[in-house]
Design a protein around this ligand. Structure first.
Ligand SMILES: NC(=O)c1ccc[n+]([C@@H]2O[C@H](COP(=O)([O-])OP(=O)(O)OC[C@H]3O[C@@H](n4cnc5c(N)ncnc54)[C@H](OP(=O)(O)O)[C@@H]3O)[C@@H](O)[C@H]2O)c1
Length: 353
């Protein structure tokens, strides 16, 4: 592993700094939106590393989710709001690295839905402006921005959903601010977790597997936990990842194939599992941008290179989560077990077969 000069110092002296418990000298990584699905997976994976201290940023430090994160080793909770640049400056002060994430979700309004492109753009601008200040000061060494996967066929990318183009615009803002050399862009595809959402009819059941994409169209998906896995690998190997951008995915399957997989894994009886596509008109009514995303996935498609990712993962010694493992875990956790939304800090996957 290679780190900045500061981090190399800590690595080469790892036994002595542990011995003397020089907590304050360990490089700090700030994680924005730490209570989110992505953010919490990043905090969880980084907290296991033992080299970094993690500053988990949330607007509500005393929320249940923040309290859960605070129980992890090497984690401190810090108040910060992506809409308030001063709070970011405070939260990022003196950090070695930043995991930056933004959200388009503003709150649902009839006729508009919940996703607002400008809301995410404002967060991205604030985030990158503070990153730029810290980079100019020379204190920040590594910025990881979590965007969203680019298209497999760029010539069919239009129209793209607003909550995708917002992230790609923030990527451009990173570039024009000259931050490329200290940045890494990770671009995850849709989460497995979307198959088991709180929306009516969008849950995996004994007889159905839900999705927003046509049953015959292959699309790429990822366990949200793997965003944390990749982020940790990126922070642990800065020389390899500085200046890089990477689409990340764990699977590419059609809805029908996923339903068949679920049937095979959950074959308690002869009930056949049906892939149930949420009607596009309904999605369009509830959340226009998600309907746009579904059409985009069918037309342009997520463009992660699964073979290259597997080679890289092997090289880094990391194991991505197959959908089969995620589904088995669902069964082993009792299927109906209620968890805090978006967070499963004790998560353990059953072995892949
Ligand atoms: N769903 C998918 O399949 C998928 C795939 C790829 C990428 N993404 C993208 O990943 C991002 C995160 O999604 P997610 O599902 O992981 O998030 P999530 O679980 O819905 O959580 C959203 C988080 O945003 C935080 N937040 C909201 N407004 C904020 C603000 N102004 N400042 C700071 N924090 C704020 C909230 O934390 P506090 O209330 O604690 O502050 C909350 O924990 C989104 O941009 C999404 O588009 C999603």
């Amino acid at each position: 592993m290679n780190f900045s000069s500061r981090a190399v110092f800590f690595q080469s002296n790892s036994s002595s700094y542990k011995k003397h418990n020089q907590e304050s000298l360990r490089p700090v990584i700030a994680v924005t939106m730490a209570t989110s699905r992505q953010g919490s997976s990043v905090v969880r994976h980084l907290s296991k590393n033992g080299i970094f201290r993690i500053r988990a940023i949330t607007r509500s430090p005393f929320s249940k989710r923040a309290e859960l994160l605070a129980k992890l080793p090497n984690v401190e909770i810090v108040q910060g709001d992506l809409l308030e640049p001063e709070s970011l400056e405070r939260a990022f002060s003196g950090v070695y690295g930043i995991f930056g994430n933004t959200t388009p979700t503003k709150g649902w309004i009839f006729g508009r839905g919940s996703m607002v492109r400008d809301y995410e753009i404002e967060q991205g601008r604030n985030l990158v402006d503070v990153v730029k200040k810290l980079a100019d000061l020379g204190t920040l060494k590594h910025f990881v921005f979590s965007s969203v996967c680019k298209p497999k066929d760029p010539l069919k990318s239009q129209p793209a959903p607003g909550h995708f183009t917002s992230k790609w615009s923030i990527e451009e803002y990173i570039l024009i601010n000259g931050l490329n050399k200290l940045s890494t862009i990770l671009r995850p595809v849709s989460y497995f977790e979307n198959f088991d959402s709180d929306l009516p009819g969008v849950q995996i059941s004994q007889s159905s597997f839900p999705g927003v994409v046509h049953k015959d169209k292959a699309w790429q998906t990822i366990a949200v936990d793997d965003v944390g896995l990749w982020t940790r690998a990126v922070f642990e190997n800065p020389q390899k990842f500085w200046g890089e951008s990477m689409n990340i995915a764990g699977e590419e399957m059609t809805g029908q194939e996923m339903a068949a997989l679920w049937q095979k894994i959950n074959a308690k009886d002869s009930t056949s599992v049906r892939y149930s596509m949420v009607p596009r008109k309904l999605i369009n009514f509830i959340e226009h941008d998600i309907a746009l995303m579904a059409s985009w996935i069918e037309r342009a498609g997520y463009g992660a290179d699964l073979k290259a990712l597997k080679v890289l993962a092997d090289e880094l010694g990391i194991t991505m989560t197959p959908l089969s493992c995620w589904l088995r875990e669902k069964i082993s956790s009792g299927n109906t077990q209620k968890r805090l939304p978006n967070i499963d800090l004790q998560r353990k996957f059953v072995t892949a077969t």
